[in-house]
Structures are given as structure tokens and as C-alpha cells.
Design a protein around this ligand. Structure first.
Ligand code: FES
Ligand SMILES: [Fe+2]
Length: 465
């Protein structure tokens, strides 16, 4: 390394240390850090190889031979396959002979992975089972030593995560006390969730703008998403005031989720509207949750399920539990409610100013077919390219990314800042404390979770190899 680049590196690390201190103590972030190319390069070395990266759900590949191809960070392609033994494994999507990508498709069913270059083949367990002209190879060449490279994968409630770092903490420890709240969505069904094939979309934004928003920006909803009410998709709770009284669960590990409900005085004033404000769950989903969750988890869900739950599993898996009015069915004025849905969204970096946005619809496996169909309709209306929520968000993300790349932000970094002033004191948490890494804040619009999101980001970039 030249002394010049060592100096640049040192300056960068000093900037990161100052930024970490500033986001925690003052809630201020230099704007250039959002889309900085240097930080993007540092993420490739220090963030993506060490975090637990979401790669899909067990239900997407139910049978032996089913496989799917997913990515970890911007570069690493991974095959997740169900073996003959029913076990799920993750392998780098590359041939061990000379590194050619093995599968060019997203989903498939096979008995063998055959490399299109020289024809080496691998079974579902990753063993090398075929090498053309093997009789001409040196005597000490052993196909058994040339199996696919397996990467560490762990599951939580059917959600699959890959970590490229063999020494990283377990997924369970990574989730910490946050898992108690996550269970309310992913473990309330006796037989789990089913995921539908994802929809993908490329957006001109840095992934962190989207991730901080989906982590805990309840504050933007009453402005950015007001059109949802105006179009009649949401009940007429003008300005989404109910969100202000939500419980925001924030983890110092960067995860977050809120439980938003209707503002208490609003409920008292508009009792006649309330039946319409609680989306209608399939009764079997409620029954299943009652027996599968603890009493406290079940009550938490029932108390708050009238509105949205949204948050993030660090760094880039968004969970959205919302609802939408269905044309020809929902009539808020007559007390006929909208239909709930669950969406998981992955924000994957492609470049410092480009992100792939992948959305999955999820529903309880034991829900009835009619509910599944309506829930899917609610999901497709609200999310993705044609939805009435997400395109509004994308404009915000893109314009912040552009501001963060401005000359002024980059030349005069300390003075062009994003600020996160909204805070509140924590209340007694609902969960049993094991890891002591979660705070519960009675303010849905707090920006405190975003401070933790960024602090965790700086921790990854400042530490490790
Ligand atoms: S690179 Fe795959 S067989 Fe040669
Ligand atoms: Fe939004």
C-alpha cells in the first residue's frame, strides 16, 4: 500500500469513528456517507462477508432436487438446494474446476449440477460425481476433494440466512431478544409460512437509504403515503395519527420492528369506524397463533395487529405486515375492513448508487385458499412496482442518494448532514430479557432505531479484517 493510500485509509477510518460518535450522541450523519464509493468498497470487505444475509424461505424449495439461486451482497451468487436427504444446503454457485458459474437460472429442479464449461458434475449434496476423461487425470486427483464449496446457512422460523464468515456468531445470537417479536410473525402458524416467488426491481438508490427508512421511519408515513388514504386503500384515520402511539422495538444489533395501532382518543371518538380499521384475519390463523405463541406474544399481536408492523432484520431484510382495502369487498364507511398481508423485502446493493429490491409475499400455510388469494391481492396492490406505497418511497430514496452525491456534500462533509432528532425514553419491554439488546419505545415515529442502524454499520466497517 502506498503511503498516500494508507493516509486516505486512515482519514476514512477517522471519519467513520467521528460519524459513529456523532450518530449516537447527536443523531447527526454526514450525508456523503450514504452513497460514498469508498464506504461501498469497505462494505464489500467488512459488512457483507460478516452479516447474516437473507437468501429465501424453506418453503420455496419443498422437495429434494428443488434449488434456488440467490446473492449475498453485490457479488456472491449462492445455490440453495434441498438434498436427497431432505436437508437444505448452500453452495457457492461456481464450479470448483475453474470457477464458472454453475446455474444461470433463479429456480430449478435437478438431480445433478453439471458445469457447462468442461462438464464436471455435482450431486445435490455438493459431491463431485463426474469428471470427463478422469482416466487421463493424475493418479492423485481425487473428485471427493473437489466438491462444491459449502457456505454456512442457518434457518429461523423458515427464513434462511447465509453467512460467509465461518467464525460469525450463530443466527440465533445475532437476532438476540428481537427474535421474541419476530416470532409473532414467523412462528405463529403451527406449520409455518409459505413464500411465493419473488418480484425483483432495480432502483437508483444506495441500499442504506432504503434500509434506514424500513428500519424505523414511521415519521414519513403520514406525508409520503397520504395518498393511501386519499385513494380509499386505508381507513380514514387522517394523517395516520395512530402510528404516533406505536411501540417501536429497536435492537442495538440494528434490527427493528414496530407494532403500530390506533391512537387511543381516535378510537374513542370514532367507535363506529373501528370494526373497519382492524383487518380481517382468517379465523384459523388466529386459532393457530393462539396455540403456537406464548400468551404474551399472542396478546401483543392481537392488541397491535390493527395497523402495520414494519422493521428490518439487519442489515437489509425488511418485514412489512400491513393491509389494504380490496375493491368490491372493503368498504370502510360501512365497517367492512381491508385484508392483511405479509411481505419480506430484500435491499441488495448492486453499486454505490443502485439497489435490487426483491419482494416476497408470505402467508400462513394453514390459512384457507380464499384468504390466501385476497391477501395476495392486498399485497400486490400495496407493494412492488405497481403498488400504491412503494413507488412513493423510491422517489425519496433516489433523491436522498442524489443529494448525498452532490459536490457540496462531498467537499464540505461535516456541514451537510442528515439529522435524527426524534427520541423517546424506553418503556418496560414485553419480552423476557435474555440478551438485553433491545429497547421498546412508545413512539412509532422515533428516529432512535436509525441511530442504532448506523452505529451497527460503523461497527462493522471499523472492526475486523
Ligand atoms: S469450469 Fe466447470 S468444468 Fe471446467
Ligand atoms: Fe414508506
Amino acid at each position: 500500500m502506498s503511503s498516500q493510500s494508507a493516509k486516505v485509509d486512515l482519514n476514512l477510518m477517522e471519519s467513520l469513528e467521528r460519524a459513529r460518535d456523532s450518530i449516537i450522541t447527536k443523531g447527526e450523519l454526514p450525508l456523503w456517507m450514504i452513497s460514498s464509493e469508498s464506504l461501498y468498497q469497505l462494505e464489500l470487505r467488512k459488512l457483507w462477508p460478516r452479516t447474516w444475509n437473507f437468501v429465501g424461505h424453506e418453503s420455496e424449495i419443498p422437495n429434494p432436487g428443488n434449488y434456488m439461486v440467490r446473492h449475498v451482497g453485490p457479488r456472491d451468487s449462492v445455490i440453495i438446494v434441498r438434498g436427497d436427504d431432505g436437508r437444505l444446503r448452500a453452495f457457492l454457485n461456481q464450479c470448483v474446476h475453474r470457477g464458472r458459474k454453475l446455474s444461470a437460472v433463479d429456480y430449478g429442479e435437478t438431480k445433478v449440477f453439471k458445469c457447462p464449461y468442461h462438464g464436471w458434475s455435482y450431486n445435490l449434496q455438493g459431491r463431485c460425481i463426474g469428471v470427463p476423461f478422469i482416466e487421463k487425470f493424475p493418479k492423485d486427483f481425487d473428485p471427493d476433494k473437489n466438491g462444491l464449496i459449502e457456505v454456512r446457512m442457518e434457518s429461523y422460523g423458515g427464513l434462511l440466512f447465509v453467512n460467509l464468515d465461518g467464525r460469525a456468531e450463530s443466527l440465533r445470537d445475532y437476532l438476540g431478544d428481537y427474535a421474541w417479536y419476530l416470532d409473532i410473525i414467523v412462528k405463529r402458524s403451527k406449520i409455518g409460512l409459505e413464500f411465493h416467488p419473488p418480484i425483483r426491481w432495480v432502483v437508483p438508490t444506495n441500499w442504506k437509504v432504503a434500509a434506514e427508512n424500513l428500519n424505523s421511519d414511521g415519521y414519513h408515513i403520514m406525508t409520503t403515503h397520504l395518498s393511501g388514504i386519499q385513494l380509499g386503500m386505508m381507513p380514514p384515520d387522517v394523517n395516520f395519527r395512530g402510528l404516533v402511539t406505536a411501540l417501536r422495538v429497536i435492537s442495538r444489533k440494528g434490527h427493528s420492528i414496530d407494532f403500530a395501532h390506533w391512537q387511543h382518543d381516535y378510537i374513542l371518538k370514532h367507535r363506529e369506524l373501528m370494526p373497519a380499521c382492524y383487518p380481517k384475519w382468517a379465523p384459523e390463523v388466529i386459532e393457530s397463533a393462539k396455540s403456537n405463541l406464548t400468551t404474551r406474544q399472542f396478546e401483543t399481536w392481537i392488541t397491535y395487529h390493527g395497523r402495520t408492523m414494519f422493521g428490518i432484520i439487519y442489515p437489509n431484510l425488511s418485514i412489512l405486515h400491513s393491509f389494504a382495502g380490496i375493491e368490491g369487498l372493503t368498504d370502510y364507511a360501512r365497517g367492512i375492513p381491508g385484508v392483511p398481508f405479509i411481505a419480506f423485502r430484500l435491499l441488495r446493493p448492486i453499486r454505490n448508487d443502485l439497489m435490487e429490491w426483491t419482494t416476497w409475499f408470505a402467508v400462513e400455510k394453514d390459512a384457507n385458499p380464499r384468504f390466501k388469494q385476497l391477501s395476495y391481492r392486498a399485497y400486490i396492490q400495496e407493494t412492488s412496482v405497481g403498488g400504491f406505497f412503494e413507488p412513493d418511497d423510491m422517489d425519496n430514496f433516489q433523491y436522498i442518494t442524489e443529494s448525498s452525491m452532490s459536490l457540496k456534500a462531498n467537499l464540505d462533509g461535516e456541514n451537510v448532514r442528515a439529522v435524527y432528532p426524534l427520541r423517546a425514553d424506553p418503556v418496560r419491554p414485553l419480552h423476557e430479557i435474555v440478551y438485553d439488546d433491545v429497547e421498546v419505545i412508545p413512539l412509532g415515529i422515533t428516529e432512535q432505531g436509525m441511530r442504532y442502524f448506523w452505529a451497527r454499520y460503523f461497527d462493522y466497517l471499523l472492526n475486523g479484517d
